[in-house]
Design a protein around this ligand. Structure first.
Ligand SMILES: [Zn+2]
Length: 107
């Protein structure tokens, strides 16, 4: 027997959890896993120009493309000349690259 709240295991014959008073169950239900959140993101562009970042953001927002910039909030990184990397969903990478090419950000 198991307590669904504290996950304690009890011997057969117990029906209430000694700790929290919950009714015990025969089996704990498996953790509901949500995998919808782990889409694969790929890097399509990198820049150290803060102006590029805000411009690209407004364009991608307009196109409805999901993206994020890695490193953009790290002032230290940018000050050190490091790049903010633009990542988009793998399935939208081609479209994002095309847009960036049109804008002149990619060769
Ligand atoms: Zn309990």
């Amino acid at each position: 027997m198991f307590c669904p709240k504290c996950k304690s295991e009890y011997r057969e014959g117990f029906y209430k959890c000694a700790d929290c008073g919950s009714d015990l169950v025969y089996q704990l239900s498996p953790e509901t896993s949500d995998h919808s959140g782990d889409e694969e993101f790929v890097e399509v562009f990198s820049t150290y120009q803060q102006g590029d970042i805000s411009f690209i953001k407004s364009v991608l927002d307009g196109e409805g493309i999901a993206y994020f910039f890695q490193g953009e909030n790290s002032i230290m990184l940018i000050a050190a000349g490091a790049y903010a990397r633009l990542l988009v969903k793998a399935e939208e990478a081609d479209r994002a690259k095309e847009i960036l090419r049109d804008l002149g950000f990619l060769e």
